[in-house]
Design a binder for this molecule. Structure first.
Ligand code: AHR
Length: 551
């Protein structure tokens, strides 16, 4: 039995806090304890875990990102400058584009070539656009295509991750899109076309999604049917010198659809066990949307409100966020039935809360919602979950970057603000590329009222990573009212000094708006060091990052 198991088992048996009996002899006064196990590394946290998602959906691209070169809104080559400046601060590793459901209706050829010759097309999302929405949201002008997207990625130093159309284009068009992006200068007609647009050097796009939600908007396939399509689309796609081997991402399950994961892989390996080598990742999509407290599973009836919520709604959303861990573990286990060496990674390329319509700062934007402190805590909890499974999660993309769902940023015309979710990403950026360390949290369980019945949620959780002699510890305190003083010990080292950044507010509904863009922002705090351990007070309803220097 490992020490970790012993601790867990004895805690369960004794019904006490795990670390009361730890040989590290934690101080008796603390409310909570955190133990970071320096010699138990879980693997490197892929920077791509901190990725983003940009869909050509309502105000995401047109207005959010693309304002045009001639706009009075400050821009670099047509791309909103405020967005570029803010994104540079969070070290964005990868951005997925152009969808989402939009991807399976998109012809990449419409978005290249001279801008004034590009066709206008009916956007996949046109049916949901509000009457006052701009024309560009309903009828895609194709002004922001592959070149502009790659330019955006370059400006923010991120890798492009393109999602190919499997539902309504033939496989040949995936080859051609790859050729357009990656064939060396002067080698093909498409490379010449790229050069004529001002992009002589190949884009070197490594990550390619093969359809999106192929069980639904991406073609209504069964898992078996999709597997056959996947093999056909990805067989013999040309690769080019100077570009890393292509990494294909298969359309994966929605939340706990184990049957999709199993059905897809079962079919894939019918051609032989080595077929798994042709899959970099399996996309998992998970949205937290049902705040009905168990009353319904109806997609429309079950949604909650982004800004009007009580303490129970707060905890219910976090409960839903916490499901991510079981999804990662569950799909990983199923994947292992067919891919014993776990060559295939999980790519969680759509995640976040999804509320009912009506809270957006720009009311004409479809699927825009106003993130609050609750969403910042949700996002911290999710990123911590990814950090705890570095060997499983290859890519994560928050849905979506701007003006849609769990936005990091909101923008309209010349107005712009960073949401609490954007601030969480800024706090967590230090984890990218660090070695994830097993970390044990112990804190009193939270009890709350769920329509007359008592419900529970954990009292403190997070993740830690190591880079050199610095540990980055992030955690969320989900309690709406109780701060927690925690003692933090590193097994195998002494803490010399520490610095903290906190995202918290007296009001759990705190959010930023165009009028009050700084209503909630991170602040720094000091960390007390006592006998080689750190003591820190985690405010109620907070996201916290500690940078701990080891002796
Ligand atoms: O993010 C919005 C939509 O949600 C995406 O287009 C789709 O993939 C998912 O259902």
């Amino acid at each position: 039995m490992k020490r970790r198991e012993f601790l867990r088992n004895s805690a369960v048996a004794a019904g006490v806090l795990v670390f009361r009996s730890s040989p590290l002899s934690f101080a008796q006064g603390a409310d909570a304890h955190i133990e970071i196990l320096l010699d138990e590394t879980l693997g490197e946290i892929s920077p791509n875990t901190y990725g983003h998602f940009v869909e050509n959906l309502s105000g995401v691209v047109y207005d959010g990102i693309w304002v045009g070169e001639k706009s009075k809104v400050p821009n670099i080559n047509g791309i909103r400058k405020d967005l570029i400046d803010e994104m540079r601060k969070i070290k964005p590793p990868i951005v997925r584009f152009p969808g989402g459901c939009f991807a399976d209706s998109y012809d990449w050829r419409d978005g290249v070539g001279p801008a004034d010759k590009r066709p206008r097309r009916t956007n996949f999302w046109h049916g949901g656009e509000k009457p006052a929405a701009p024309d560009a949201h309903r009828y895609d002008p194709n002004r922001f295509g592959t070149n502009e997207f790659v330019e955006f990625c370059r400006l923010i130093s991120a890798q492009p991750y393109l999602a190919a159309n499997l539902r309504s284009l033939p496989a040949e068009q995936l080859y051609r899109w790859v050729e357009y992006c990656n064939s060396p200068a002067g080698s093909t007609s498409l490379a010449d076309e790229r050069a004529a647009a001002g992009f002589k050097d190949p884009f070197k796009v490594r990550y390619w999604g093969v359809g999106n939600e192929s069980w639904g908007c991406g073609g209504n396939f069964t898992a078996q049917e999709y597997a056959v399509e996947y093999r056909r689309f990805t067989a013999w796609v040309p690769s080019y010198p100077g570009t890393d081997p292509l990494s294909f991402v298969a359309s994966g399950p929605n939340d706990d659809r184990w049957d999709w994961t199993r059905g897809f892989l079962e079919e894939i390996v019918k051609k032989g066990p080595r077929e798994v080598m042709g899959i970099y990742g399996l996309a998992l999509h998970y949205y937290a949307w049902n705040l009905s407290r168990g009353k319904t599973n109806d997609w429309f009836q079950g949604k909650g409100d982004a800004v009007n919520f009580d303490a129970t709604d707060w905890y219910e959303l976090l409960q839903q966020g916490d499901v991510m861990e079981s999804l990662i573990k569950g799909h990983w286990q199923v994947m292992g039935e067919f891919d014993r060496e776990h060559h295939i990674k999980l790519v969680v390329d759509e995640w976040g809360p999804w509320y009912k319509d009506g809270s957006g700062l720009t009311p004409t934007n479809q699927l825009e919602q106003l993130p609050t402190l609750r969403d910042a805590v949700f996002s911290g909890l999710t990123l911590d979950t990814f950090n705890r499974h570095p060997e499983k999660v290859g890519i994560g993309c928050c849905a979506q970057l701007i003006n849609c769902l769990n936005s990091l940023y909101l923008a309209h015309e010349d107005k712009f603000c960073v949401t609490p979710v954007g601030h969480t990403f800024a706090l967590y950026a230090d984890h990218q590329g660090g070695q994830s360390l097993r970390t044990e949290f112990s804190a009193p369980t939270i009890h709350y009222d769920r329509d007359g019945k008592q419900a529970r949620f954990w009292g403190l959780n997070g993740s830690a990573s190591l880079r050199g002699r610095e540990i980055v510890l992030t955690a969320v305190n989900p309690s709406v009212k109780d701060p927690l003083e925690a003692q933090i010990a590193v097994r195998g080292a002494r803490v010399n000094s520490g610095a903290a950044s906190i995202l918290a507010a007296p009001d759990i509904h705190a959010r930023n708006t165009f009028e009050q863009p700084q209503a909630i922002a991170p602040r720094s705090a000091t960390v007390q060091i006592q006998d080689g351990t750190a003591i820190f007070n985690f405010p109620a309803a907070s996201v916290v990052k500690l940078n701990l220097q080891l002796a």
